[in-house]
Design a protein around this ligand. Sequence first.
Ligand SMILES: [Zn+2]
Length: 259
Amino acid sequence: MSRLLTDLPQPAAIEALTEESVVVQPIGALEQHGSHLPLSTDLVIPEEIGTRAVDRAVENGVDAWLLPSIAASKSDEHHWAPGTIWMEASTIWNTLVDVGRSVAETPARTLVFLNGHGGNSALLQVVNREIRRRYGLRTFSLGSGTQRAGGSAEGGPDEFGMGIHAGHSETSVMLALRPELVDMSRAVRSVPEHIAGFSTIGFNGAPVSFGWTSDDFGPSGVIGDPTQATAEYGRALVEEGTEFVATALAEISRFRHAA
Ligand SMILES: [Zn+2]
């Protein structure tokens, strides 16, 4: 049975949802991913992982439901590359708050944003609180669990912990999910290795963050090393991501703010 909530007629959808239901909203992005991956990369991945993870969570007894993906989001770091369809922060903010308001009018009390694009992460943390305050939903955000930063200890090419865009892990995942859309003959390595020399400044997780657009690091649009990507590694990441999201959905379904 489909777990896509919008496959149901409205009365059946409202009957199916309860206070225990977990509604999952995948958020994609339509943005340049170098010359070897499709613009839709960050849409394909959360949609595929979301579908698999919701099915697995349901098998494990979680009343999880999927919404159709939001295709475009806050990809302003790729604004320089025509073909990128990007929203202002205020546009995606309003869109997500509107989703929260709409879900709050159903019996469901839990909304999960499954985010396919790192550029949305900071905004999602703020949106989670806004929807919580305005509409009382339990709100959560997470990624699809398939991205790896690519350090020297991880076995793949060394991306100096900066394999964040169209690099080894993401290209491998696309070789697993949509091989017909990947052109490995166009894959190039582009890693801003000098940034690894800073101890406080860096990408996600570093204590000092910095503003950037993806053309700051070179003309390819890639931040990472896709040249050794394989479908086999991609399939392992898809399984890890599916299991991570399914496990998270199970925890989310029993999370309550007060003991
Ligand atoms: Zn991506």
